[in-house]
Design a protein around this ligand. Structure first.
Ligand SMILES: *Cc1c(COP(=O)(O)O)cnc(C)c1O
Length: 441
């Protein structure tokens, strides 16, 4: 269920992903290539679903945060695992609907939902819209009234906890473009505003405190803070919260700096979270709310691997050695954006000992176009197959056509057999929407 099962080295010394030989995949589909292990994705969805079932009496729903990796197949998998999804744009909503995903299990997010996105959400009859601005409450009210419906909504609050990796901070004066601050009273005012709307039904509250979090206590603290707020809302407005959405953010393994989290470790986080919710509800005499969780990265991150072919090799004596690959920031911008660390292996020589530290560069016209600066690898040659691990989340979904490079296709491996879930782009796709005005012809 973690990378240790998704990835193996086979008898030929090749890396296997979900039982498929990486060299065979590269031969058949070419590189660069995103490869996803279906079993890993399903197992992770089940971890969350089962925890809710077994530790919280089934009174909750996992929403896969589809911004991590959005394409029709992932919504089809989520549907077959009987979980929900969250979407953050009209484009993600459209993709989910195209895949036949049930609208009532779609939660719509975003800090600036556009009027047409709100209209699309109402037309689709999505389950909930998560309000993140008062102007959104007005827009949703207007569109719901036009249609003669009542739209279910949550309110995004900022409970004043920010969590990153191994630390969390409790911020008194939170500066964030997301949510309404509890501390400042903005959350209470927004709740009152939403409650005054006739075509909105407020089910409860949402918060999301960060990403790539390993600190169990962060989730416990945020649950406690939300329930304190929920108790205050009952006090103030007699409002009974039915749903509490605690967001995503569970961490994954990328490099030796991160712990390897097993299924039972994730279960430990969730059990602690549910205990905290029950305890706080007991303390305040609150009915235990329906709980939503929104994992993105932890569902797809370690399920994905990117395969590249090593091209130009450049050694700058006394400085560093660069391996250039046939991908780069156009398929994985995370090093450029955040300096994110990854682990790589030579997939065609996966059993060989690492001998040197190299930088892996992309093929874009930017000196910052790197996948990383410190990969520990056997001495690579042009033509070797490089696998970068844990690229399932926020890689394809952040890809671009920079330098008119083609966004790589994606394949899904099931029982060792691979099939396309995103077909390759062509040069034709690049010029499809280009127009030369007549006067330039
Ligand atoms: C990004 C995001 C998530 C998912 O976060 P992960 O770190 O990928 O689990 C969930 N909810 C909201 C509102 C988000 O913005």
């Amino acid at each position: 269920m973690n990378t240790r099962e998704t990835l193996k080295i086979n008898a030929r010394g090749h890396l296997e992903i979900g039982g498929a030989d990486a060299c065979e995949l590269a031969r058949r589909f070419g590189t660069p290539l995103y490869v996803f292990d279906e079993k890993h994705i399903r197992d992770m969805m089940a971890v969350y679903r089962d925890a809710i079932e077994e530790e919280y009496g089934g009174r909750g729903l996992v929403l896969y945060a589809s911004k991590a990796f959005s394409c029709e197949a992932i919504y089809a998998i989520a549907k077959s695992e009987r979980i929900g999804v969250d979407v953050v744009s009209g484009g993600e909503l459209f993709t989910a609907l195209e895949a036949g995903f049930p609208a009532e299990k779609i939660y719509m997010h975003g800090n600036n939902k556009l009027p047409y996105e709100i209209a699309e959400a109402l037309d689709a009859r999505v389950g909930r819209i998560v309000i993140d601005a008062l102007s959104e409450a007005d827009l949703i009210e207007e569109e719901a009234e036009k249609r003669g419906v009542v739209q279910g909504v949550l309110l995004r609050i900022n409970p004043g906890v920010e969590a990153h990796t191994h630390a969390y901070v409790q911020t008194a004066t939170p500066d964030s473009k997301f949510g309404f601050s509890v501390e400042s009273g903005a959350a209470e005012a927004a709740a009152s505003y939403v409650l005054s709307k006739r075509h909105l039904k407020l089910y409860g509250f949402h918060c999301h405190i960060g990403s790539q979090i390993f600190e169990k206590q962060s989730f416990v603290i945020v649950a406690e803070k939300c329930l304190k707020f929920i108790a205050a809302m009952r006090e103030k407005f007699g409002f009974e919260t039915e749903e509490l959405d605690l967001g995503g953010g569970f961490g994954i393994w990328y490099s030796e700096e991160d712990p390897k989290i097993s299924a039972s470790d994730y279960r430990g986080y969730l059990d602690a979270l549910f205990r905290a919710v029950k305890k706080a509800c007991g303390g305040y005499g609150l009915k235990e709310p329906f709980i939503l969780l929104e994992p993105g990265r932890s569902i797809v991150g370690e399920a994905g691997v990117t395969l590249y072919t090593v091209g130009a090799i450049k050694e700058i004596p006394g400085v560093r050695k660069y391996l250039a690959v046939d991908g780069g920031m156009f398929d994985n911008p995370r090093f450029c954006l955040y300096g994110s660390k990854y682990t790589a292996v030579l997939a065609n020589r996966a059993a060989e000992k690492a001998e040197e530290i190299v930088a892996v560069a992309g093929k874009c016209c930017e000196s910052g176009d790197l996948i990383g600066t410190a990969f520990n690898l056997p001495r690579a040659k042009t033509g070797d197959l490089l696998a970068v691990l844990s690229t399932g989340a926020y890689n394809y979904s952040m890809a671009s056509n920079y330098n008119r490079n083609l966004i790589p296709p994606a394949v899904l491996v099931r029982g060792g057999e691979a099939s396309y879930i995103v077909r390759p782009q062509s040069y034709r796709d690049l010029v499809r929407n280009d127009v030369i005005p007549d006067y330039l012809k």
